[in-house]
Design a protein around this ligand. Sequence first.
Ligand code: UT7
Length: 328
Amino acid sequence: MIKSRIIGTGSYAPQRILSNHDLEKIVDTSDEWIATRTGIKERRIADGETTTDIAVKACKKALKSASIPPDEIDLIIAATVTSDMIFPSTACFLQSHLGIKKNIPAFDVSAACSGFLYAIDVADKYIKTNAAKNVLVVGVDVFSKIIDWHDRNTCILFGDGAGAVLLSAEKGNRGILSSHIFSNGHYWNMLYTPSNICSSPFKSSSHSHKCEEPYLKMEGNKIFKLAVQTMGEACQEALDHNNITADELAFLIPHQANARIINATAERMGLPQEKVFINLDRYGNTSAGSIPIALDELAQSGRLNKGDLLLMVAFGGGLTWGATLVKW
Ligand code: UT7
C-alpha cells in the first residue's frame, strides 16, 4: 500500500518581532491580558516581505531537508488566504521562484487556519492514486495585511509565517494514516475577511452590496467554543478510524490559536502537557502557517522518533476544521 510520507520539513517567519509590549503602544491592551487570555507573548510581522517571499524560504528549507531537487516535485499546493495577488496563485509564484522547469500542476487551497490540513488531504489523494510522487505543500499567511490594527479584539492574535513539507510516495506503514476534513459554511460570518473589490460599474440598485473594509472580522467567544468542540471531535474521529487511543500518541500538534483552546482540547483527550506542542507564545496565530511551523520545530528539536504517532488538528474560517494522523 502506497503512503504519503513527510520526508522533509521547513519553516520561516519574518525577522521583525512585535511583542505584547509593542502592542500596548498601538491599542488599549496589556501584556498581562494577552498572555493570560491567549498565551501569546510576541509574533512576527512581515516588513517588506511578501507572502511568496516567506513561503519560498520555508519551501527551500523543506526541499533541503528532504534532499529533493525542485525539478523532482510533481505538484505544488499552497494553503493561504493572503496571496500576493488575486491571481496567479501563490503556488504558481512558488513554481517560478523555486526555478522549476517542468510544467507541473500548482494551485492554492483556501481554508484559512485549516488550510494546511486541507492541502495535505489533497496531496495525500494525489499520491495514493499515483497521480504524483513528490508533493510540496506549504501553509503560509501574512495576516498583518488583513488585520485592523485599531481592533484590540483581533490584532493581538495573529502573526505572519510559513511552514512547508515534502510528501513522497512510499511503500510501508509510515506516513499519513488518515485525514479528516470538515466545513460548515453556515457559520461563515463568525470569522471572515471581506474583499474590497467594488469597481464594477454594473451594479443594479437591487443587487448593490456594501463595500466593507477588507479587514478580518471575528466573533471570538463563539469561535472559541466551536474550536474546542470541533477539534475534539475531529481528533476522536482520527483516533477511532485508526483504532488507537490518545495515550498511543507521541504528540498532538494543534493549530496555534489560543493556549486556552489548546489546553481544553488536550484535556478533553486526556493528553498530558508534555505531549502537546505549543509555540504560539513566539508566533501567535499564523493561520495556515501554524501547524507546519510547529511540525518543523518539533522535527528540528530531535524529539521525534521513527514510528511516532502525531496527530495534527486545526480549526479556522469557513468554518473549517480537520485532523490528520501521521506515523513519523
Ligand atoms: O484560528 C481561529 C482564529 N480565531 C480564534 O482562535 C479566536 C478564538 N477566541 C479567542 O481566542 C478569545 O475569544 C479571545 C482571545 C479573542 C478573547 O478572549 P475572551 O476571554 O473570550 O475575552 P472576551 O472577548 O470575552 O473579552 C473579555 C473582556 C472584554 O471586556 P468587557 O466587555 O468584559 O469589559 C473585552 O473588551 O476583555 C476585553 N478585551 C481586551 N482587553 C484588553 C478584548 N480584547 C482585549 C485586549 N486587551 N486585547
